[in-house]
Design a protein around this ligand. Structure first.
Ligand SMILES: [Zn+2]
Length: 485
């Protein structure tokens, strides 16, 4: 990101817009009672409505509507008093009706915004709309000799499409927009936002313009990004590619490009000249809907504490930094874990440090979610308590945690088994300190001639001799006293 900005970006500025599709966590589909869950036998979750059989009629799922409004309110959108559905026509085998029921010019949620935390402070990014639509089926090509198979389980599953304004100007802003949006939707419990299962998908569009120019440049759409990091990388690649073309005096074409994760580049899929004309028209099988302000206010009262509110509360209640708080709050499960560990009565700052800099790192390495961790919040608090009461040093604790994660044992059990209890016996430490002083005359001489780093060396030797178990604070004190003589 920083690299490209230094190279070619000086004269140019990228303008980015993001389109996010999330699957709403309803039990049934958007317009029929079929189950909306992922992972069933192919074509099991289908009926005449979602297969588009003649004579069948769609009925709007009220739970999907409630979830859409919840998301709209959390994203500060203007929730429509009157909204309608439209048919988006295109022919593709994964679409049984040959049209998708979507919302064109009267979406349920209009203009809104969300606030992202950037390194330089918060920034508001506009939301154009957040509308309801049904998903398409899925084509299967694997293990099929001639042609493809189609699974309509996903056809008709409710999606909320959230479109941002072209107000994103760096890859960092794009990444933060996505993580913030995901956190809000997870807190609302309207989607699990699992990118691997496809319940959150993101497309981006990006154009480059000379800095100071108001008009947008030629827009390129990017698809096929499977993680937020991939979105960031794909945008970065496009920024460099597009500025390169412009710097060399070339022209950009309006097109759709696919991201290739393993090659780390985008390639052209189709130029916009061949783009579909979707021939949108009002869905005649669904009359326009009205939403009274009282209904909207009733939904507003069900909104839970949202990520931004929680960030502020943790700062206020626990005295941790806004930066740490934001990192803890990003995943709801991590925030819950943090608060549960602090409830055990350990230092809120230590708990934040241990979760952010140790626990999450180990879990990420093992590919485990915090919910699946063998170390519960109470168990982590147990480890922190041992540091607080000087049973073990922080350094030893770093070796204890992986053992706890692997075995599910308590910190106390691991410390006892491995004989890791910290040495706080002054007499014993004195003996070791004297031994080290005798064995390292050079170090002692260096220290006395004013080389402060020599003390660090001597402390290190004492720690080594005690296999890291000596209380570092005591070692420092005793060493200083002995060297002063
Ligand atoms: Zn159905």
């Amino acid at each position: 990101m920083v690299q490209a900005e230094s190279k070619t970006l000086g004269r140019y500025e990228p303008v980015i817009g993001l389109e996010v599709h999330v699957q709403l966590a309803t039990r049934s589909k958007l317009f029929c009672p079929c189950p909306a869950q992922f992972g069933a036998e192919p074509n099991l979750n289908t009926c005449p409505v979602c297969l588009g059989l003649p004579g069948s009629l769609p009925v709007l799922n009220q739970e999907a509507l409630r979830m859409a409004v919840k998301a709209g309110l959390a994203l500060n959108c203007r929730v429509a008093e009157r909204f309608k559905f439209d048919r988006k026509n295109y022919f593709y085998p994964d679409l049984p009706k040959a049209y998708q029921i979507s919302q064109f010019n009267k979406p349920v949620n209009g203009r809104g915004f969300l606030t992202v935390e950037l390194k330089d402070g918060p920034k508001k990014i506009g939301i154009t709309r957040a509308h309801l639509e049904e998903d398409a089926g899925k084509l299967l090509h694997e293990g099929v000799k001639d042609g493809s198979l189609v699974d309509y389980n996903r056809a008709g599953v409710p999606l909320l499409e959230i479109v941002s304004e072209p107000e994103i100007f760096t890859t960092e802003e794009a990444y933060q927009y996505l993580t913030t949006l995901k956190a809000i939707l997870q807190y609302l419990e309207v989607s699990d936002c699992d990118m691997e299962k496809g319940s959150l998908r993101c497309d981006a569009n990006i154009s480059i313009r000379p800095r100071g120019e108001k008009k947008l440049g030629t827009k390129v759409e990017i698809k096929n990004m499977n993680s937020f990091r991939a979105v960031e990388r794909a945008l970065q690649f496009e920024i460099e590619r597009q500025t390169g073309v412009l710097t060399e005096g070339g022209r950009l074409t309006q097109e759709t490009r696919l991201w290739n994760e393993s090659r780390g580049e985008t390639f052209s899929m189709r130029s916009k000249e061949y783009a579909h004309d979707y021939r949108y028209f009002p869905e005649p099988d669904l009359v326009p809907f009205t939403l009274s302000r009282a209904e909207v206010e009733a939904i507003r009262r069900t909104l839970p504490e949202l990520p931004n509110e929680r960030i502020q509360r943790l700062v206020k209640d626990y005295g941790i930094s806004e930066y740490d708080s934001a990192r803890l709050v990003q995943e709801k499960a991590v925030a819950e874990y943090y608060e549960a560990s602090v409830k055990e009565g350990v230092s809120a700052k230590l708990a934040a440090n241990w979760i952010l800099s140790e626990l999450l790192g180990h879990l990420k390495e093992a590919g485990t979610a915090i919910q699946g961790s063998k170390v519960s919040a109470q168990s982590l608090a147990g480890l922190i308590r041992l540091i607080e009461n000087n049973t073990i040093s922080g350094k030893i604790a770093k070796d204890v945690l992986p053992e706890m994660l692997a075995t599910g044992k308590s910190a106390e059990a691991v410390v006892k088994e491995k004989g890791l209890v910290q040495v706080t016996d002054v007499k014993l430490i004195e003996t070791v300190v004297l031994k080290i002083i005798q064995a390292n005359p050079k170090g002692v001489e260096d220290f006395r001639s004013g080389k402060k780093q020599a003390a660090g060396f001597l402390v290190g030797q004492v720690m080594k001799e005690t296999q890291g178990k000596a209380n570092p604070k005591l070692v420092n004190e005793i060493l200083e006293k002995k060297l002063a003589k």
